[in-house]
Ligand binder design. Structure first.
Ligand code: ARG
Length: 594
């Protein structure tokens, strides 16, 4: 078994493998025995709780073996592994696992030399992540902000695991609303093709167009004609459409740049010709049904009672149509093994119907995983939907501006502007502002709604980005103040110095750090990135306890350094390396000074 456990696996993965094989050996005739291993700091370090359910399973087959005896037989079959120091069967068959200090120390000490490695994965996957995806000519709202933050972090985790990730911005850049926008543009700015029209406020432009569209029958007609021209890619109409998209794009891009988001834009328009082909084919294959002038498609799953609208009564395509073409494109052309969509939970049923229809039409083979990652709404401090005081949607660029000025206030209140250089102060305020917004979002269970509060986010105590940023900066400064360079730390390891885990608090911190690979794997199950945040916070807390109790450097009464504990500086170094990696996955920029 030990050979089968890939290098770089965390303790949980290792124990699962060890117990799984032990249980199969001890009870070869038992189909699908439950393998339950959990962290258990009270009794040993980990615990395997399989004996009780296995005993019950055996009983149902007419074999009576009491749980403690089952536990004993499992223990007898666990192969040797350097992680495991001791196995004890307690009470009703709980198997307590104590892990080996020397093993933990070796694994962690190695991080000093080799850096932190990603946990091993079975196979490199091609993964399409569809996130952010705002709509052209409309304001990008806090819902899109959540999608952007979660999507970016998820991509970073997947890329860290060496998967092949395609980050797609599925912007809403197609549809009948472009008819009225183009018609309005042609009339307001007839020379738009030569001179970029000064549309500072696209939302206002959209509203003007809409008012005319609703009130003026002639205009409405022209707008419809424009849609037809656009869908035929007539050059001047296409140009008008591009101009409008560009105005939006520039706004979106500002936000992405500030937040360090990488995305490839591939909006709904990309699928126009694919939609035409697909719709013909779906129709020919008999998947479409007439319904009051529309063409609809029912899911294979009979419990789904809402169909997709594939063709509207005016002949136009819909959000549903582009998403069907999009699944087909991602499977056939992108060769995706996994397609992930990140939108608010309100769209969960859309994606459920989409998945079922795509399967029904054979567009989505069973080996391709299809996941909708939903999230709850963002609330204001009044616990109502997050809006400005006048009830408008909040402009994200304004929100980020506010974050930056609030971060600066917080830093100034601590007198940091007197200590840091202007450059450092600028870096600190941006990292704090964007970091705290991202962290507040990611640290909540994504399915829950959360209250957007700068006051709360900018607190320097508790599970916040600010607290963690301070911690990392402090940890990094310990060796520096002791006058020990990273070359000296490396040299110490090469000369055989190992991280010491003898003190209770060192041991506690070491065991937390060892879990890094397990946490990454766990955070991908159900895409629960808050587990990465919780882990970062757990490390920071364990580190503080260690630092409060263990000298890393001893000074005499005059402040002169008397003794440097290299074994402990190494533990600081590994803590910092792992925290920095977690920050990178969360999209937070660490600071050397703050
Ligand atoms: N533009 C959509 C919205 O703002 C989100 C698109 C999500 N992606 C997709 N393939 N449907 O709600």
């Amino acid at each position: 078994v030990s050979e089968k456990i890939a290098n770089g696996s965390g303790p949980l993965q290792i124990l699962l493998a060890l117990f799984s094989s032990a249980i199969t050996k001890a009870f070869p005739d038992l189909p699908d025995p439950p393998i339950v291993v959990a962290l258990s700091p009270k009794f040993g370090d980990y615990q395997c709780n399989s004996a009780l359910p296995i005993s019950k399973l055996l009983k149902s087959q007419g074999i009576s073996i009491p749980p403690p005896e089952v536990g004993k037989r499992i223990v007898e079959n666990v192969s040797e592994h350097p992680l495991v120091m001791k196995l004890d069967v307690a009470g009703p068959g709980f198997i307590n696992v104590s892990i080996d200090k020397n093993y933990v120390s070796k694994i962690l000490t190695n991080v000093v030399l080799e850096g932190i490695k990603p946990p091993p994965v079975e196979r490199k996957l091609r993964i399409v992540v569809d996130f952010s995806s705002p709509n052209i000519a409309k304001e990008m709202h806090v819902g899109h902000l959540r999608s952007t933050i979660i999507g970016e972090s998820l991509c970073r985790v997947l890329e860290f695991l060496n998967h092949d990730v395609l980050r797609i911005n599925h912007v809403g850049d197609w549809g009948t609303q472009f008819g009225m926008l183009i018609a309005h543009l042609q009339e307001r700015f007839p020379d738009f093709a030569e001179n970029v029209p000064p549309i500072g406020d696209l939302q206002a432009f959209y509203k003007e167009a809409k008012v005319r569209f609703d009130a003026d029958a002639e205009f409405k007609k022209r707008a419809y004609a424009c849609v037809v021209q656009l869908q035929n890619f007539e050059p001047t109409h296409k140009r008008a459409w591009e101009v409008i998209c560009d105005v939006s794009r520039r706004e979106f891009q500002k936000i992405y740049k500030r937040l360090g988001i990488t995305l490839q834009e591939r909006g709904e328009s990309f699928y126009q010709s694919r939609m035409e082909k697909l719709v013909k084919w779906l129709d020919a294959e008999g998947y479409l049904e007439e319904d009051e002038g529309r063409k609809i498609m029912w899911a294979a799953d009979k419990s789904i009672t809402v169909p997709l609208t594939i063709v509207k009564s005016d002949g136009g395509f819909t959000y549903d149509t582009s998403d069907m073409a999009c699944v087909q494109q991602r499977v056939n052309e992108e060769k995706a093994d996994w397609i992930i969509y990140i939108t608010d939970s309100g769209q969960a049923s859309h994606f459920q119907i989409l998945e079922s229809c795509a399967k029904r039409a054979g567009l989505l083979p069973s080996h391709v995983k299809f996941t909708h990652v939903g999230f709850g709404v963002v609330l204001g401090e009044d616990r109502k939907k997050f809006k400005t005081r006048s009830g408008d949607t909040i402009r994200l660029n304004d929100l980020l501006d506010e974050g930056v000025s609030r971060a600066l206030e917080t830093l100034k209140a601590k007198g940091r502007h007197e200590v840091l250089t202007p450059d450092e102060l600028k870096q600190a305020m941006e990292s704090v502002a964007y970091g705290c917004i991202k962290y507040a979002d990611l640290s909540h269970n994504r399915n829950a709604e959360y209250v957007f509060s700068f006051d709360r986010m900018l607190e320097d105590r508790g599970n916040t980005a600010v607290y963690l940023l301070y911690n990392l900066t402090r940890i990094r400064s310990i060796a520096r103040t002791a006058g020990v360079s990273s070359e000296q730390l490396h040299a110490a390891v090469k000369n055989g110095t190992q991280i010491s885990l003898d003190h209770e608090k060192e041991w506690k911190l070491g065991k937390v750090l060892l879990r890094f690979p397990d946490v990454i794997i766990e955070s991908l199950k159900d895409v629960s990135l808050h587990k990465i945040c919780d882990f970062a916070y757990e490390i920071a807390t364990a580190f503080s306890e260690f630092y409060d109790n263990c000298y890393c450097v001893e000074k005499d009464s005059s402040g002169e350094i008397k003794k440097v504990y290299m074994e402990r500086l190494l533990l600081c170094e590994v803590t910092a390396t792992i925290m920095a990696q977690l920050f990178a996955l969360l999209g937070i920029d660490p600071l050397s000074r703050m």
